[in-house]
Design a protein around this ligand. Structure first.
Ligand code: MSP
Length: 660
């Protein structure tokens, strides 16, 4: 029997910790499903696995989102953190640790690391060039000034240039070591294309990172300096250390450190995980992770990144529920089918386009036609000819042994590279071999000819192949694997799945198979797509009717669709000095950065009454400079000559929500 490399080998895998100003969507789920798949695979190998994920809860944005909802930031973070946990449970994600950056252990680790790096000279107090408003005692950046004055509407006084004290981390000191490390460890940054990108970025020189901000009550204070908070990114990266007990629980820490692999999206590789993070570890004299793997983005069929700021996010559980409804599969199987789609559809590292047609096509062709079919053909034969009892292998059994061995070795190689899609493609070669074997050995003919020994050998081999497949697909589709296991009668025989058992002739004889309904009922793709497209077809019809209106100066629906209208929450409103007509608004559109919008409504509206209003924003308007202030959008108001009323939503609505 083949042994796992070492039964006690430890395997530490991480996902990014997700911001709580966003609900979990398909993008976050992708990273977490991939990590879950690796974690499950390594558990099957017999390794000791720590799979950690969590939430990134500090920062001004969270504080503001909470304020907008009129609740404490902690309550806000609690709600979103539990939404993430619930989503992971629904998507069959079996994490070991869920870190929240508001947890006191993490806060203590951050302050310890900060203090330690001050001692080693890697963090120093530096000067941050900026502006200062004396009456308000506020530091301001160039971009925050309004006509060179304090943006506070109550103040609007002249500001003076200042140098603010802030802490800097010496990233620059580690550039040469980092280049050397990347060059000598080809596995460190993956995939290859990203590694090259990172190398050229580092070779251009690294700048020291400013790692503190003026104190915000919601953030972690810099130790011994209450005037400053630790910059959220610096703090978030430290969560990978606090998750494993750094610095106090040394046994725990040395058991897991360094991570074998850290998974993340390409958006947060170069500036953070591939430079600042390794430099921090070098400064702390800690080994670097073995691999940092940056995967691609899921984009829509229109080529847009799926993200909250674009308002095109998909709730993966809703997708799975819909798939269950369409196909008649259980929700657990539909969730696994979605996991399968995400991991099979694109090579890990490349961008993937998410579409219903893609999901349904994979569901029908790979799951219903190939894997489901193998199971649905085999079990009734065992029921009919062998009274449901798994036979003895007997002479002549084990015909699929070398194919199983071949596929297992490919899967092992592909999983070592995190190429989930290639691993699944190899597993599906074994599915095809199982189906072909049934076709060529014709158990129905053997039965007719009363060749009982041969019949038993053939059916044993196919059942055994299905058992191996259940183990192989378990990391990708755990509920499906359990259901196959159950139908094979192995659950009741209390046989555990183990990667070592991906070999022929290990199926126990004499157990009774259980019947079950088909796991993957086929979908009528055409009908489903027609139904899903019904909406857009209705739109199309409306467009034609519109065009038929004689003499009307109507526009086509596509023309209207070019205007991107979104809900924006007004966070700040200030008068623009020197103008009676203009207000400068800071609006949350659910994007990374808030928008600055100049609105000609100062004569009709008091800045204070606009605060927290959910206005309608034309989000894709070209930026323009009005009265020396850049305006990144426009808000809508009723009134031809002058604004008479603002257009606002009639109930609470998330910033960034699309208006159609
Ligand atoms: N909080 C930081 C990470 C700190 S880690 C020390 C953060 N959070 S996030 O909520 O914005 O999550 C970013 C991660 O979500 C990406 O790195 C990626 O893993 C995942 N994705 C978000 N949208 C995505 C897609 N459309 N497609 C694929 N993954 C994406 O950044």
């Amino acid at each position: 029997m083949r042994q796992a490399e070492s039964p006690t080998k430890s395997y530490y895998i991480t996902t990014p910790i997700y911001y709580v100003n966003d609900l979990p969507h398909i993008g976050h789920s992708y990273t977490t499903i991939a990590a879950d798949c690796q974690a499950r695979y390594h558990r099957l190998l017999g390794e000791s696995v720590l799979f950690s994920t969590g939430t990134d809860e500090h920062g001004q944005k969270v504080a503001r989102s909470a304020e907008a909802r009129g609740i404490e930031p902690q309550q806000f973070a609690d709600e979103v953190a539990s939404a993430f946990q619930q989503m992971w449970e629904r998507l069959h994600i079996n994490y070991d640790r869920f870190i929240r950056t508001t947890h006191r252990d993490h806060v203590a680790t951050v302050q310890h690391v900060f203090g330690q790096l001050v001692e080693t000279g890697d963090i120093h107090l530096g000067e941050y060039q900026g502006w200062y408003c004396v009456p308000c005692e506020t530091y301001l950046t160039e971009g925050e000034l309004v006509n060179g004055c304090c943006p506070n509407p109550e103040c609007q006084r002249e500001v003076e240039q200042t140098t603010q004290e802030a802490y800097f981390f010496r990233t620059s000191a580690y550039a040469d070591r980092l280049i050397e490390h990347i060059e000598n460890h080809p596995q460190f940054i993956q995939p290859e294309s990203r590694r090259n990108e990172v190398l050229s970025f580092v070779k251009e020189g690294l700048r020291d990172a400013c790692i503190s901000r003026s104190r915000m009550e919601w953030d972690i204070p810099v130790p011994d300096d209450e005037s400053q908070s630790v910059y959220v990114w610096f703090e978030a990266l430290i969560s990978y250390l606090s998750q494993v007990g750094y610095p106090d629980e040394l046994d725990e820490f040395s058991k897991w450190w360094p991570p074998q692999i850290q998974l993340l999206g390409k958006d947060i590789l170069t500036r953070f995980h591939a430079t600042l993070w390794p430099a921090m570890l070098m400064a702390l004299d800690l080994p670097l992770p073995e691999t940092i793997f940056a995967h691609g983005w899921w984009i829509t069929a229109q080529g847009e990144k799926i993200s909250k700021s674009r308002g095109n996010v998909l709730d993966p559980y809703e997708v799975a529920q819909e798939l269950a409804e369409i196909s008649g599969a259980t929700t657990a199987v539909a969730v696994d089918s979605l996991r399968y789609f995400l991991l099979r559809e694109v090579t890990f590292g490349l961008d993937g386009s998410f579409s219903w047609r893609g999901v349904l096509t994979r569901f029908n062709s790979d799951l219903a036609n190939d894997l489901g079919n193998l199971l649905n053909r085999t079990l009734p034969l065992v029921d009919r000819y062998l009274n449901k009892i798994v036979p003895e292998p007997g002479p002549g059994a084990g015909e699929l042994a070398s194919e199983i061995e071949r596929v297992r070795s490919i899967v092992e190689q592909e999983m070592a590279e995190s190429d989930f899609s290639a691993a699944l493609a190899a597993i599906w070669e074994l599915v095809a071999s199982g189906n072909k074997f049934l076709d060529s050995r014709e158990p129905w003919t053997l039965h007719k000819e009363a060749k009982q020994v041969e019949l038993e050998a053939v059916l044993y081999d196919v059942l055994d192949c299905v058992r191996v497949l259940a183990i192989m697909v378990a990391p990708f589709m755990p509920a499906v694997a359990d259901e196959i296991w159950r139908q094979l009668g192995l659950q009741s025989g209390q046989v555990e799945k183990s990667w070592d058992d991906c070999r022929a002739l290990a199926l126990p004889s004499g157990i009774t198979i259980e019947s079950g309904r088909p796991i993957f009922p086929r979908v009528d793709i055409k009908r489903t797509m027609d139904r899903l497209q019904g909406q857009s077809e209705r739109t199309e019809r409306a467009k034609q009717e519109e065009a038929a209106v004689p003499g009307g100066n109507s526009i086509a629906i596509e023309q209207f669709a070019q205007v991107e209208l979104r809900v924006g929450t007004v966070l700040e409103a200030h008068r623009i000095p020197g103008s009676d007509r203009l207000l400068r608004l800071i609006v949350d559109l659910g994007e990374e950065e808030n928008r600055q919008i100049v609105a000609g409504i100062a004569a009709q509206f008091n800045p204070r009454e606009l605060l927290n209003a959910n206005v309608v924003v034309v989000a894709n308007l070209e930026p323009a400079t009005i009265h020396g202030v850049e305006s990144q959008g426009m808000i809508l108001a009723a009134g031809a000559e002058k604004p008479e009323a603002l257009i606002v939503t009639d109930r609470d609505c998330k910033p960034g929500t699309v208006i159609r």
